[in-house]
Design a protein around this ligand. Structure first.
Ligand code: C2E
Ligand code: MG
Ligand code: MG
Ligand code: MG
Length: 281
């Protein structure tokens, strides 16, 4: 079992010690410095074909290497970043780095899409469209290889507006993915109104497939739903071979998880692809 501390960030306790409280407040002020100093970087996790085992995509996951605190997981700073009004800056940085990594991946492994996480709250404003268009122009990355994973879809206040913004993003050539499907309210409503070409089953269901018949039933039905709607389904949080086998038996097309590959530096993903079976998928 391989561990990579750099790319498996620590979780900071929720217990609100004075120290943590002060840290959380100062974090808002320090995000700009962190962006400027290159403390914010990306880890990459493979998405593989369930039948072939081939690399079919890569998800970029943001990390913060804080000089004082060490490596911090996104769950520990995304919300504060948002509260501090810095989500656009963070997202722009992630998009640029994601596109650059995508080009490197393309050079080494061929046309494999890179997915970047986009907080649903950014779909309240059209400025996200200009941001993505600018980053694509600036980096020269092929828009058809960029996937936008929309997280926390339940936080979309106005589905009509979000649908219009996503249609513009899609018109740039990008693909739109619905993250964490099944958790949070209104996910079927969002699925109906928004132009998704991929949906990712939340790991809550995947992790319980082998032990809980209800979870298994839900996964089977989400897979069927994806088929009916012509949307690619990705199982996230696949931690072991038993789960991967259940997904194979259920004809799930794509999987991602620690049991397949952990988030890691891009070079490690490139090595992974060289070892994995090739596929035209
Ligand atoms: P997500 O997009 O659903 O990403 C998957 C998370 O699950 C990642 O955690 C990944 O490391 C973890 N994971 C992958 N495979 C397994 C597994 O087999 N078992 C378990 N237990 N976990 C697994 P991470 O990197 O800490 O990211 C957490 C969340 O933070 C992401 O969830 C996403 O919602 C958000 N996030 C990450 N990067 C960004 C970003 O650049 N922008 C925004 N807005 N949100 C981001
Ligand atoms: Mg994601
Ligand atoms: Mg997810
Ligand atoms: Mg998730």
């Amino acid at each position: 079992e391989k561990t990579n501390e750099t790319f498996e960030p620590i979780a900071i306790s929720d217990a609100a010690s004075d120290d943590d409280l002060i840290w959380n407040i100062s974090l808002q002020a320090r995000i700009d410095t962190a962006l400027a100093n290159g403390e914010i970087y990306l880890a990459f996790q493979p998405k593989v074909g369930v039948m072939s085992g081939a690399l079919v995509g890569v998800e970029a996951l943001v990390r913060w290497n804080d000089p004082a605190r060490g490596h911090i997981a996104p769950d520990q700073f995304i919300r504060q970043c948002e509260n501090a009004g810095r989500m656009s800056q963070l997202t722009r940085h992630v998009l640029i780095e994601g596109c650059r990594a995508g080009q490197e991946l393309h050079r080494n492994c061929g046309p494999i899409p890179v997915a970047v996480n986009i907080s649903a709250t950014l779909l309240h404003e059209r400025s996200i469209v200009r941001m993505v268009r600018d980053v694509l122009a600036e980096t020269g990355y092929d828009p058809r290889l960029l996937v936008l994973e929309i997280t926390e879809t339940y936080r979309i206040a106005d589905l009509g507006r979000a649908a219009a913004i996503l249609a513009e993003l899609k018109a740039l050539g990008t693909k739109i993915s619905m993250d964490d499907f099944g958790v949070g309210a209104a996910s079927l409503e969002a699925l109906m109104y928004l132009p998704f070409s991929e949906l990712k089953i939340d790991r809550l269901f995947i992790s319980r497939m082998g032990s809980d018949p209800k979870a298994m039933g839900i996964v089977v039905h989400i897979l069927r739903l994806g088929q009916e709607l012509g949307i690619t389904v990705v199982a996230e949080g696949v931690e072991d071979q038993q789960t991967l086998q259940l997904l194979r038996d259920s004809a799930c097309p794509v999987a991602q998880g620690y049991g397949i590959a952990r988030p890691s530096p891009l070079q490690e993903v490139i090595r992974f692809q060289k070892l994995a079976p090739q596929s035209a998928a």
